[in-house]
Design a binder for this molecule. Sequence first.
Ligand code: ADP
Ligand code: MG
Length: 235
Amino acid sequence: MSALLEVRGLRAWYGASQVLHGVDLRVGEGEIVALAGRNGSGRSTFAKALMSMVRAQGERRFAGVNLAELRTFEIARLGLGYVAEQRDVFPTLSVEENLRLGLGSRSRRGGLSLEDVRALFPVLAERRTVRAGALSGGEQQMLALARALMGGPQMLIVDEPTEGLSAQMAARVGDCLASLRERGVAVLLIEQRLTLAPGLADRVAVMGHGRIVFDGSLDSLAQNEDIVREWLGIG
Ligand SMILES: Nc1ncnc2c1ncn2[C@@H]1O[C@H](COP(=O)(O)OP(=O)(O)O)[C@@H](O)[C@H]1O
Ligand SMILES: [Mg+2]
């Protein structure tokens, strides 16, 4: 069976410096896969390589389509949503104006309407006239997620969504991601510390020095002390 996202031998570079050295990863339809690893292991570069934002070589297919030939906006329209680590909200625009920009990358599936967003993220409805730059980190993460969901993605890549958030805000972001499961949206959840993955992810892959060094269930990772110690640096 072919996966929704299928990556084989993916390599990527910044200038002459190679960061990904042959990454293999599959994400099935509606599946939630966590991608863990230390800082600098190459997780964000992997996301950028999928979105054609860095120079890359190797096979990457989404819904059977070869991403290598496509530009970033075309990949988004295909249904692969991306929320970057730095969240990329437009600080001087209002919450509502930021959300309307999400309509620009709408895929054929159609996405959340402004009404859906208000129901799913009540805090954004309350703050809709506020400048995005004045939101808390957690609210900005919600806004970035909401904007991506308005594009109607079949799969969403979220890079470190709980970084810098309080435990309470992190849990709310987790609830939002969990609600995607009901909508059948697949998720690649990039995390360092596996904050949300337990209870959310179907599988976890661990990246080390630009390669996948583990791919399996959270239970089997927990039993694999060597991997945890060497590549996650905890325990
Ligand atoms: N824009 C860039 N230019 C040059 N090197 C970069 C750039 N972004 C990241 N790197 C390097 O690529 C490697 C992987 O980084 P990154 O993909 O951000 O890792 P992670 O997201 O797992 O923390 C690191 O050595 C980092 O210093
Ligand atoms: Mg990163």
